[in-house]
Ligand binder design. Structure first.
Ligand code: AP5
Ligand code: MG
Length: 194
């Protein structure tokens, strides 16, 4: 199964991606997580993206494209994968198309998590208060959350239109408990791979 999960900041992509990856035994490729790991490790990549991430802007397409293409070429991704947070610009769709073509595979579907803006803002504000990942994310400050939502509308929403034209979109209601959202996604995925 080769899929991507898509939705605004705070929609629950990472939360659901971890559950899907465990149930369907495929690697979770979360670009935000990979970049945060790089920042923490102080690598060259991490140092080059830290300020951009903290401002709520996107890192350059070519840079993240190389990271993802390399990750997709690793042995564990041969059986399938779940992309979380990529592609998030039209340019990245092209980068992904090229990477998949060179591997001789294609995407089976794109799960779109639909969550109203007031709920995503409440979820992100809740995370910034609780630090539920063990540390507070530098981009969960109120003004940066607003910027991330703006960037999503401007640069990332058009990506859904592209996959819509390719008939790859599976829309899932992302409201309610984590468990109920996961059951909805699992049901849709079972249909997709049947
Ligand atoms: P990234 O890490 O991808 O962040 P994001 O898309 O802005 O969104 P989040 O990760 O905050 O939200 P999520 O949808 O994963 O929700 P989560 O499960 O955490 O990107 C960060 C930055 O990295 C970007 O701004 C950019 O700079 C850079 N970057 C990454 N990818 C890039 C790319 N491809 N190109 C360029 N730059 C890139 O849930 C949120 C909160 O809600 C959590 O506290 C969670 O516990 C809670 N929650 C989840 N589900 C529920 C539920 N059902 N009910 C109640 N609470 C819930
Ligand atoms: Mg995430």
């Amino acid at each position: 199964m080769r899929i991507a999960i898509f939705g605004p900041p705070g929609a629950g992509k990472g939360t659901q991606a971890r559950l899907i990856a465990a149930r369907f035994r495929i690697p979770h490729i979360g670009t935000g997580d990979m970049l945060r790991d790089a920042v923490r490790s102080g690598s060259e990549l991490g140092r080059s993206v830290k300020d951009v991430m903290e401002s709520g802007q996107l890192v350059p397409d070519e840079l993240i494209g190389e990271v993802v293409a390399a990750r997709l070429g690793e042995p564990d991704a041969a059986r399938g994968f779940l992309l979380d947070g990529f592609p998030r610009t039209k340019k990245q769709v092209g980068i992904l198309d090229d990477a998949l073509e060179s591997l001789g595979v294609g995407l089976d579907g794109v799960i779109v998590l639909e969550v109203p803006e007031r709920i995503v803002i409440a979820r992100l504000a809740g995370r910034s208060r609780s630090g539920d990942d063990g540390e507070v994310r530098a981009d969960d400050r109120e003004e940066v959350i607003r910027e991330r939502l703006r960037v999503y509308e401007e640069q990332t929403e058009p990506v859904a239109e592209i996959y819509g034209r390719r008939k790859l979109i599976v829309t899932v209601d992302g409201t309610g408990t984590i468990e109920s959202v996961f059951e909805r996604i699992s049901g849709s995925l079972q249909e997709l791979v049947r």
